[in-house]
Write a protein that binds this ligand. Structure first.
Ligand SMILES: [Zn+2]
Length: 300
């Protein structure tokens, strides 16, 4: 679950368990140092696609491809620990489901001889910044955060890339519904000193700015691969100020599948392999423009 799908009161009571985010008051960006972290008023909700395709195409798994040297994929099963994320009627929790998704995706990516890291291997709950730190210390890496929503047509999937709230919101999803996040003036300031200390080469709170275009490219590739596997999904990725992505100095996207409210957990289990295949194919396609050295070495 990436945003509120319930009332403001519920939101407050349940705390900021989601990517729906520490939010500071709106303020203009001044010399690149102050930026609103508020959810943009035009940030889209997960798609309410009118044609809830629930068929998952049985596409063959990704064949082990040519070796793709030097790329690390950091898979981020969101939530964890006491943060269960979205909860289903059968007790299913998003934090468990996305961990299974990440494990399946790791197998698919390792079959492509990619290095794969998970931001958590079990039921831990690393902070947003600790998850970001895992990739910000790497060269030639991409970040894929995994979520399951509490709404949306079952069997659909959406990819997200980061847009800074102070920037113009790209128009990529005409069906997006406006939402307004609550203001929390007492939200703590980000960029604690220990973080700025270990990432002196990047401006932590703006880390994603240097990678927005690549992230959008990656999200587009992913969405293209998700579409045939998750019928009824939007054709284009969604731009949104997803908190986790902001502090990552590398191509970074989030993928959200619908939804946790299935009465049969197998419906979600069945999404793991096509999701893994989609990520594997998109990463392979993405890698070549992203890493010219690798492209040259493989003749592409
Ligand atoms: Zn989530």
């Amino acid at each position: 679950m990436m945003k509120r799908h319930f009332s403001l009161v519920t939101f407050i009571l349940t705390g900021v368990a989601l990517l729906a985010l520490p939010i500071r008051s709106q303020q203009p960006r001044i010399q690149g140092t102050a930026i609103s972290q508020a959810q943009s008023p035009s940030a889209p909700l997960p798609q309410q696609n009118p044609s809830p395709g629930t068929n998952i195409s049985q596409t063959p798994p990704v064949a082990p491809s040519q070796e793709i040297p030097g790329l690390t994929v950091v898979l981020d099963p969101a939530h964890g620990g006491t943060d269960f994320g979205a909860r289903g009627p059968t007790g299913l929790s998003e934090s468990d489901v996305v961990l299974d998704f990440a494990r399946a995706a790791r197998i698919a990516l390792e079959a492509q001889r990619l290095r794969v890291l998970l931001t958590r291997e079990g039921n831990q709950d690393p902070s947003f910044d600790n998850r970001s730190a895992m990739i910000n210390g790497l060269r030639n890496a991409i970040f894929v955060s995994l979520h399951v929503s509490s709404s949306g047509p079952v069997g659909t999937a959406r990819s997200y890339y980061y847009v800074f709230p102070s920037d113009p919101m790209p128009v990529t999803s005409p069906t997006a519904t406006a939402t307004t996040a609550p203001q929390t003036p007492s939200a703590p300031q980000t960029a604690p000193s220990q973080i700025t200390a270990r990432t002196t080469l990047i401006e932590w709170d703006h880390a994603q700015r240097s990678s927005v275009d690549l992230s959008r490219q990656l999200a587009t590739l992913i969405q293209t691969e998700l579409l045939p596997r998750f019928k009824g999904s939007p054709e284009m990725p969604i731009a949104a100020p997803v908190r986790q992505l902001r502090t990552i100095a590398a191509p970074a996207i989030a993928i959200e599948l619908s939804n946790i409210d299935v009465t049969d957990a197998k419906r979600l289990e069945q999404m793991a392999q096509p999701l893994a295949d989609a990520i594997g194919r998109a990463v392979a396609e993405f890698h070549y423009p992203f890493n010219p050295a690798a492209a040259a070495s493989t003749g592409r």
